[in-house]
Design a protein around this ligand. Structure first.
Ligand code: ATP
Length: 135
């Protein structure tokens, strides 16, 4: 099967480069499955998992938003953060989840930015889902 190049770039620099058969990503508009020869497009991504599939092997990246650009032979992901399971600090993610939940459960309080806490919770749960293999 033909493969497509995948580049994942964050503000810290490139974090992933590979050739895969399929890229499955969660765009704001819904789930996208991309293979070589896909029509060029740009799509904003949700906080979610990017699944890179090559035959029977798969790799998963926890991605914090960003943009996916598709060209016929290349997919580029520009994201604020992106980590594979081995780069995720599970305890840190659990602590981030707990902090965000505490903030969200605080009774109406002008010092709590609920939208910010909600996004932090999503990022933490996304990371946890990769480590726990609940994609
Ligand atoms: P925290 O509150 O623990 O910092 P966060 O969701 O606010 O979590 P981000 O702003 O998404 O963190 O990421 C900041 C940087 O820290 C990025 O480089 C990201 O890859 C890294 N990072 C955040 N959480 C983790 C984690 N659990 N494991 C590994 N790297 C992480």
């Amino acid at each position: 099967m033909k493969t497509i190049k995948v580049h994942v770039v964050t503000p810290d620099g490139p974090v992933h480069d590979s050739d895969v058969e399929t890229v499955i990503a969660k765009a704001e508009s819904g789930e996208l499955g991309i293979m070589a020869g896909h029509v060029p497009m740009v799509a904003p991504l949700k906080i979610g998992v990017i699944h890179l599939k090559n035959g029977k092997t798969s790799e998963y990246l926890a991605v914090n938003g960003g943009i996916l650009e598709v060209r016929p032979d290349k997919v580029t992901v520009l994201a604020q953060s992106a980590e594979t399971a081995e780069h995720i600090d599970y305890d840190r993610a659990l602590r981030a989840k707990e902090r965000a939940e505490q903030r969200l459960h605080t009774q109406s309080n002008e010092h709590v930015d609920f939208k910010r806490a909600e996004l932090a919770l999503k990022r933490a749960m996304n990371r946890i889902s990769i480590v726990e293999k609940r994609y």
